[in-house]
Write a new protein. Structure first.
Length: 404
């Protein structure tokens, strides 16, 4: 066996060890990847060299080390050109563009995307690999459009990219569409796209794409849960740059619908979150959504309904509604106040039982009576404070102040 062949075999073995260590032992994976890259370069094994450089870049990125990630992506691109692989060169140039986007440097990101696109110009347009790479570039262009606030352009880019994307890229694009719909305030659409991203993630085998994507999908699920006040379980492992914001999201979403507590906590933490989010666009984007959430909360506090704890009085916009002689309505309001203190809601059946205890009536009549009562309460000042959810009817704590 020649010395060159021995070096190549060693490089391949180091790369395999690095791939195995990537998910659970990233520091070890980085050392092994760098070793594989160095040995491969010495043996002239360009394909192993570029694979090792890219693996090291992905590990560095997951750790929040953008400088070393960019250096490794650039080395991978150079090795790909030396190996006569313009497709791999384009993919790594696109990754450098993504890092520029992460840093909030759109001009440099556009320049790198153009360079990646030029790498593909000499290849057949109908080649499946080229089409998939064009999809990646379209997706990154969508990211830049979203970063600039052009949500319609971003949405169009992502949808175009989905037609030719690989499984891992399709899951990422679905997540990006979910994030875009979150920014547009289309929460149901965001939920559908993020669910699609989760299904795509579940279908992926363990590897670099899965390791990179999993914490990002969890990040946007957490934002959706918080913004829609649904709550939910949030995984907080993953990219170091996302950890501060997602740790806070984890704590916040555990509170479920206790929005007053969440909003107060968020106001206190936003300064810190802004500082910690500087290194990665997904975190900065998340902070921008949270800032909007606080702004909406502040606006909502200007439209507050005051309610007596026993339900006997409702005051909204300086107009008082005396319910002390309207017992069914008073009891329902009192029960809603108690439910709000528990972060709970009332079903229609509970509303009927509270409003007209012991009274027998047909189901249709009971349902109609409850709806009439709720409509009456809305007309008396609870129009914005009384909300409906999957659990039933509740008072929105952001729009209610209890008169003790």
């Amino acid at each position: 066996m020649s010395a060159q062949h021995e070096l190549e075999t060693t490089a391949r073995s180091l790369l395999e060890l690095a791939e195995r260590a990537q998910a659970q032992r990233p520091s070890e994976a980085l050392v092994l990847a760098d070793g594989a890259e160095t040995v491969a370069r010495a043996s002239g094994a360009r394909t192993i060299e570029l694979r090792a450089a890219r693996l090291g870049a992905l590990v560095a990125y997951a750790r929040g080390d953008l400088d070393h990630a960019e250096q490794r992506f650039q080395r991978a691109s150079d090795a790909a050109r030396a190996a006569g692989d313009p497709l791999a060169a384009a993919r790594n140039e696109a990754s450098v563009a993504f890092l520029a986007y992460d840093r909030g440097e759109p001009a440099r990101a556009h320049d790198r995307l153009s360079r990646a696109s030029r790498s593909l110009d000499a290849l057949p347009a109908d080649d499946r690999g080229v089409q998939r790479m064009r999809a990646v570039l379209d997706g990154y262009s969508g990211n830049l459009a979203r970063q600039g606030g052009a949500l319609d352009v971003a949405r169009a880019r992502y949808r175009a990219a989905l037609t030719n994307a690989e499984a891992g890229d399709a899951a990422m694009l679905a997540m990006d569409l979910g994030a875009t719909e979150l920014a547009a305030g289309h929460h149901d659409d965001a939920a559908l796209w993020l669910a699609r991203a989760s299904r795509g993630l579940d279908a992926l085998e363990s590897g670099p794409a899965h390791t990179l994507l999993a914490p990002l999908v969890a990040h946007y699920h957490a934002l959706l849960a918080l913004i829609t006040a649904r709550g939910g379980d949030v995984e907080i492992e993953g990219a170091a740059s996302l950890a501060p914001i997602r740790t806070w999201l984890f704590d916040a979403t555990r509170g479920g619908t206790e929005r007053a507590r969440i909003d107060a906590s968020l106001r206190r933490r936003l300064v810190t979150l802004r500082r910690d989010a500087r290194g990665i666009e997904h975190a900065r984007f998340g902070v921008s959504l949270l800032e909007r959430l606080v702004a909406r909360s502040d606006d909502a506090r200007e439209d507050v309904t005051v309610i007596a704890r026993d339900g006997s009085l409702v005051v909204h916009d300086s107009v008082s509604a005396d319910l002390s002689t309207r017992e069914p309505l008073r009891r329902i309001v009192e029960a809603l106040v108690h439910a709000m203190s528990r972060g709970d809601a009332l079903s229609l059946a509970e509303i009927v039982a509270i409003g007209w205890p012991g009274e027998r009536m047909r189901a249709s009549a009971a349902k109609n009576r409850a709806h009439v009562a709720l409509s009456t309460l809305r007309s008396l000042g609870l129009a914005r404070a009384l909300v409906r959810s999957a659990r039933g009817y509740a008072l929105d704590p952001r729009r209610v102040r209890i008169d003790r």
